[in-house]
Design a protein around this ligand. Structure first.
Ligand SMILES: [Zn+2]
Length: 159
């Protein structure tokens, strides 16, 4: 019998793989959240996130799963957001320089620094919260992934 080797982390899909451009339309169900938690997939995603230095977020499409959820570092802790939505934002946007595990280089992106969001966490609890600027920016970046949008899309005039 051959030894079965299971990789501890997921391979991250990079541009120009078309999977990154597919909007994840499927709402994640309670049963699927349970499955993601109990199958070891959630843990493997956390390991994948922490395997890359300075990484702060990983969306399902980046590991080839077109479902509406992502993992992000929120107040330094890995938090899963299922079916995330932005409820409200502050009035103006600020420019941030972002990088992405799926794209090369850094890109300027205009983001709201204060957003109010709703999502279901890994324990199937619905969370409504106001995010501080760091988490706001990461949340918007990861939410973009669920809609097939990458930071390379935010090309500014003069760039
Ligand atoms: Zn990204």
């Amino acid at each position: 019998m051959k030894a079965i080797y299971m990789k501890a982390t997921y391979d991250i899909i990079t541009e120009p793989n078309p999977i990154l451009r597919i909007p994840s339309v499927k709402t994640v169900t309670s049963e699927e959240i349970e499955e993601i938690k109990n199958s070891g997939m959630a843990q493997k995603m956390v390991k994948t996130l922490f395997s890359v230095q300075y990484s702060v977020g990983l969306a399902a499409p980046q590991i080839g799963i077109t479902m509406r959820f992502f993992l992000f570092l929120h107040n330094k802790l890995p938090v899963f957001c299922f079916n995330p939505e932005i409820i409200s934002t502050n009035d103006f946007k600020t420019e941030y320089i972002e990088s992405c595990l799926s794209c090369s280089g850094s890109h300027a992106v205009d983001r709201n620094s204060d957003i109010k969001v709703v999502y279901t966490n890994l324990f199937k609890k619905q969370i409504v919260e106001d995010l501080e600027p760091m988490s706001s920016v990461i949340f918007q970046h990861e939410l973009d992934h669920l809609n097939g949008i990458l930071i390379t899309d935010y090309k500014k005039e003069g760039n």
